[in-house]
Design a protein around this ligand. Sequence first.
Ligand code: ZN
Length: 276
Amino acid sequence: MEQKIKKKKKFNYYPNASIIILIMLLIILLILITYQYIKYEQLISKQTTSEVVQDGNNLENGQAENNTSNNQTGNIIKIEIPEKTKKEDDWRLILINKDNPIPENYSVDLVEIEDGHKVDSRIADELKQMLEDARKEGLKPLICSSYRTEEKQDRLFKDKIREYKRKGYENSEAEELASYWVAPTNRGEHQSGLAVDIVSQNYQILDEKQEQTDVQKWLIQNSYKYGFILRYPTSKKDITKINYEPWHYRYVGKENAEIIMKNNICLEEYLESEEY
Ligand code: ZN
């Protein structure tokens, strides 16, 4: 009888121990797999985040900053990498100059900003914010030109040609000279609703002294923060074929404006270069 019990005990002991060891091994294996998986996930997330930050040029500033802070705090958030919008597909970067007329059937949804001045509704908030912030600084910016119809651009251009003719210039010469001041019909940015001329309320004459006003000094320094660039800097006259106009601001979007401003290039150079 005693022997029987012993045998039974012996018989029960070994299978139990084996099962426990097996379960423990399985648990260890599971922990190891989970740990490796988490490490892999972290690695993937980090790569994705840093790629997005490098690609930040293509994002709104705010987004790019958020991504950077995620990296700093060590929070790992999976972020989808957005496809980079090609410059030629970006509505904010449409090139309108003497060689590039505004596309036929170009349509624009207009909204009034102030004093009857209208612009493309997509740029209204940033333009309003820029004017508001300038005014908070005690400045007095005044929009003196905004969206223009084809007819208005045509009229302004012809007026300028007449002005040169009165000074004694021949037709073609008068036209050439006029085009340095007023864009020819369908070749002016004002027809897109993406450009505004802003002057100082205290000095409303469109000449080089405009640049000396506090309003222009502030705008030249700060407009990029709102997505605007000074479109025709003097140093770029040979490329833009427009005389210096320290009052003509063109919307290109914040991230584009920042690159253009910081690299001291004009829109034509920005669009042609693969570098930026
Ligand atoms: Zn203008």
